[in-house]
Design a protein around this ligand. Sequence first.
Ligand code: 5GP
Length: 193
Amino acid sequence: MNFLEERIAKDGIVKEGNVLKVDSFLNHQMDIELLNEIGKELKKRFEGKPINKILTIEASGIGIACVAAQYFGVPVVFAKKAKSINLEGEMYVAEVESFTHKCKNQVIVAKKFLGEDDHVLIIDDFLANGCALQGLIQIVQSAGASVEGIGIAVEKGFQSGGRIIRNLGYQLESLAIVESMDSENGTIYFREQ
Ligand code: 5GP
């Protein structure tokens, strides 16, 4: 097991409805040393890629993206969740269905922060069905920028997102892939990588 898998096995909590809680170290209380290790590992996995910007989505992607950004030396842009705002053509917009909250959000990025010269690494905490990632990819495409890769902390390999995104041809690096988990006895099995 790698460092993240070990931590998930120790402190992750399996909830009903295929939800894995990692809020004691990843996305509510955040263990910055762990985030540093995630940042270093992502830098290693995307070595040689001409990344000049990191894109994530609020809220829980922001912490990981910001710590990782220090290893890449690039700025972070986060897509904001917007209910009803005056879009006025100054924003890229995508629709994202939330896995955890079961609702649809429009996510927006100001056009001035993403353009055709950008080479983007997308980062998020979780990958489940892939809706969040597809929204972010759509925003990068609308900007005429390129997706250099996608870095995820925890992929739930038993949901469809990973397969969909890899089939689209993107370099998707998930530091931990949960193969199965059981809310009755709390067991978590990881995919060998
Ligand atoms: P997707 O769009 O891939 O279905 O879901 C990804 C988003 O939903 C992530 O941004 C993450 O915030 C949230 N999410 C999905 N599954 C889980 C989970 O099991 N636990 C937690 N904490 N968040 C999740």
